[in-house]
Design a protein around this ligand. Structure first.
Ligand code: FRU
Length: 513
């Protein structure tokens, strides 16, 4: 539909048509990155969930492959839902996924490549004795899904964790032990539980190196590591994480800061973002994060345009050893290969310095008021996907505020309220506080791709993904502006801008639809 064609992204991953949701089972095998995804082959709305499959050698350019798995057995006939891959030391690949059965019960199933020597891993075999795990007593049969990548314990056996809910509102993750991926024992207790957070979907659990240097294999543990626990909260549709310590003896995880526990503290992304999942890329010793950018327009529009949803640019994840309180996310280095001229496809790095004047008047601002007002220290930042007359614009900005304690606290925000003249799309102001250390400038990096903006503050301490639907600021009419609304300080800005080429995303040489 030409009316919506400008919304298609040029370097983000999206299927040729129809509905997509969660990323599934990402892995690297024989020179190829594999991405599977929740896909509806029949329509631009959720349903008939099938595993789409695409491969890439650089995480940027993709080749669509035939579906990896379709809902064709009693144990997944209502959907081949989200799952994760585990690479075994002997080279085998175990794919665990949730099936929604003929009775809509959520069970865990096993699948594996038919031919490991095929770098494209085109054919997948479902284990004949599926399901391998059924909902345990005391668990709602429709609240038990999305198995993680397995990690190996000190006893040489594997563990996985699966999100669920208990007693109406306690979000939690169960731990199973296995030595063969076909039989499993539920371990006593839980990996972790947080009251009030509701059903945990798409749990992710992985180690990070405290020195912040490289990514770690999922089985790494012990001194020098911490563990990140992430849950996608079904109630709020937000991805939350916390950093903590995993006790190998008891298979329990404890947050470093109980006040910032999973679901009540940090978000992976403060924008439009859900169901994220990491994998360890053994070829570059890094941990890479995928996330699903859902639409915020209407289902009618999605049906009219014939597609819905995009995946974020894959992000490298590290522990932030400067703050010790958050992870860092940064677009994978391969995106730089797209650098070439259009203001709809940009990679922007902006640095701001403010002359601090010692006026300590406390101003009670956060992100919620957007970028329209003025205050002593801000807001200042960039207006992206803006048209010449500024009838459409999306400000991405910092707002430092004086606290009553005499310190400065900085908010990092994205204001979508004026992003489009279309009235039937959801426009929100997103944001959070971000640590800005005393010797640091205010820094942001923005990836702009037609209708998507991914914004990274302070080297990736906070990230905001925006889904916008401009009607005028499209193609050659899109502009980029700097703005400063601070009344009390001068702001010096330094900008580096790269125009990005389009990534090629090729169809497989036959039409599977
Ligand atoms: C998250 C989710 C998962 C489920 C899948 C179904 O978006 O609801 O919990 O496995 O999507 O498509």
């Amino acid at each position: 539909n030409a009316m919506f064609s400008w919304q298609r992204t040029a370097y983000h991953f999206q299927p040729q048509k129809n509905w997509m949701n969660d990323p599934d089972g990402p892995l690297f095998h024989k020179g190829w990155y594999h991405l599977f995804y929740q896909y509806n082959p029949d329509s631009a709305v959720w349903g008939n969930i099938t595993w789409g499959h695409a491969v890439s050698t650089d995480l940027i350019h993709w080749l669509y492959l035939p579906f990896a798995m379709i809902p064709d057995r009693w144990y997944d006939i209502n959907g081949v839902w989200t799952g994760s891959a585990t690479l075994l030391p002997d080279g085998r690949i175990m794919m665990l996924y949730t099936g929604s059965t003929n009775e809509s019960i959520q069970v865990q199933n096993l699948a594996y490549p038919a031919n490991l020597s095929d770098p494209l891993l085109i054919d997948w075999v479902k284990y004949p004795d599926n399901p391998v795990i059924v909902p345990p007593n005391g668990t709602e049969t429709d609240e038990f899904r999305d198995p993680t990548t397995a990690w190996m314990g000190p006893d040489g056996t594997w563990r996985i964790t699966i999100g669920s809910r208990y007693n109406k509102s306690v979000g939690l993750s169960l731990v199973y032990q296995t030595s063969n991926f076909t039989t499993y024992d539920l371990l006593e207790g839980v990996l972790h539980a947080v009251p009030g957070t509701g059903m945990w979907e798409c749990v992710d659990f992985y180690p990070v190196a405290i020195n912040g240097s490289t990514g770690l294999d999922s089985s790494a543990n012990g001194p020098g590591t911490k563990h990140v626990l992430k849950a996608s909260l079904d109630d709020t549709k937000r991805d939350h994480y916390a950093i903590g310590v995993y006790d190998l003896a008891t298979d329990k995880w404890t947050p470093d800061n109980p006040k910032e526990d999973v679901g009540i503290g940090l978000q992976v992304d403060y924008g439009r973002y859900y169901a994220s999942k990491t994998f360890y890329d053994q070829s570059k010793q890094r941990r890479v994060l995928w996330g699903w950018i859902n639409e915020t327009d209407t289902e009618t529009d999605d049906l009219a345009k014939g597609w819905a949803s995009v995946q974020t640019i894959p992000r490298e994840v590290l522990y932030d050893n400067k703050t010790g309180t958050n992870i860092l996310q940064w677009p994978v280095e391969e995106i730089e290969s797209l650098s070439i001229g259009q203001a709809t496809q940009l990679d922007i790095f902006a640095e701001f310095e403010i002359e601090m004047v010692s006026e300590t008047k406390h101003e009670k601002y956060g992100c919620s008021g957007g970028a329209v007002d003025r205050s002593h220290l801000g807001p200042f930042g960039l207006l992206v996907i803006a048209d010449q007359t500024l009838s459409e614009l999306t400000p991405i900005f910092f707002r430092p505020v004086n606290t009553t304690e005499g310190t400065v606290e900085t908010y990092f925000c994205a204001d979508e309220t004026r992003s489009s003249e279309a009235s039937d799309v959801y426009k929100q102001v997103y944001g959070s506080t971000v640590p800005v250390l005393t010797d640091e400038k205010f820094q942001m990096r923005l990836l702009v791709d037609h209708s998507i903006v991914e914004s990274f503050a302070q080297g990736g301490r906070r990230v905001i993904t925006s889904r916008v639907y401009p009607t005028k600021a499209i193609y050659g009419d899109a502009r980029l502006f700097l703005f400063n609304n601070a009344t009390g300080v001068k702001v010096k800005a330094t900008l580096k801008i790269w125009d990005l080429n389009s990534a090629f995303i090729h169809p497989f040489p036959f039409d599977q639809n």
